[in-house]
Design a protein around this ligand. Structure first.
Ligand SMILES: Nc1ncnc2c1ncn2[C@@H]1O[C@H](COP(=O)(O)OP(=O)(O)OP(=O)(O)O)[C@@H](O)[C@H]1O
Length: 237
């Protein structure tokens, strides 16, 4: 479904990604985990056509995102919850999103219910939303087209414990119904609870990948994560 093949990215001399390769399959939540500045957002931006790889390729359904017919309907993305127009209501935001990908307006009401923003909240302007409400709206935007692939950059940022639980149940349900979910975070404990597989990145390089059990090998995942990221730091200093 999603495949990164030897992707490297350099920003004016800064090596943000270095030979990154991994795949994300259907029916599975894949956690993309790494410390701040590791390269997670850069990788997801390349995957969704918002940045260009210096070398290598990132594909969805075997093609570059921009080459897909109506990509917004097949690939749901949440890349920046701050990018919403503050003067539009939640309902207007989703209505525009639905129109862009050719969906009927009835889908907007369904999605507002799904993300817990129905009733009066749907008709308030986004500028007055809490960070958690904005995250829910962005998740709703990503789910409008009932996508087969979901790409979410730090989706639990700003969510309270109930919101985090809600997100976990939602993502689990989507993966169980066959969706491929790629979810980035620097929060190990959040990702550990929802991901079937993990891809660990540090300083732009893939440090390890596998199931939680494979990566922790009898230790806590936190110990493994800290050791791998410390080694990555040492190898570049
Ligand atoms: N547009 C850009 N111009 C220059 N450097 C960039 C740009 N975007 C990212 N970088 C650099 O690339 C590296 C990776 O950044 P990136 O945002 O992908 O990391 P991240 O893992 O998503 O971090 P975080 O968890 O803090 O969001 C960092 O060194 C960052 O400063």
């Amino acid at each position: 479904m999603i495949e990164f093949s030897h992707v490297s990215k350099t920003y004016r001399g800064v090596r943000a990604l270095d030979d990154v390769s991994f795949a994300v399959g259907p029916g599975c939540v894949t956690g993309f985990l790494g410390p701040n500045g590791a390269g997670k957002s850069t990788a997801l931006r390349i995957l969704t056509g918002l940045a260009r790889a210096t070398s290598g390729s990132a594909t969805v359904f075997g093609r570059a995102y921009a080459e897909l017919a109506n990509p917004g309907a097949r690939v749901g993305t949440l890349l920046d919850a701050g990018a919403l127009h503050p003067g539009r209501t939640g309902r207007e935001t989703l209505t525009l999103g639905a129109m862009m990908i050719g969906l009927p307006r009835t889908r907007v009401g369904e999605v507002l219910d799904l993300v817990g923003l129905s009733g009066r909240e749907a008709d308030r302007v986004v500028g007055g939303y809490s960070l958690g409400m904005r995250q829910r709206l962005c998740v709703g935007h990503a789910l409008l087209g009932r996508p087969e692939v979901l790409v979410l950059d730090e989706p639990v940022n700003g969510l309270d414990p109930q919101g985090i639980h809600w997100m976990r149940v939602l993502l689990r349900g989507l993966a169980d119904s066959g969706c491929s979910v790629l979810l980035s975070s620097h929060l190990l404990h959040e990702i550990e609870q929802v991901a079937d597989r993990l891809v660990l990145i540090g300083r732009g390089r893939i440090l390890a990948q596998g199931t939680v059990a494979e990566l922790s090998r009898g230790r806590s995942l936190e110990e493994t994560f800290l050791e791998l990221t410390a080694n990555a730091d040492r190898s570049v200093s």
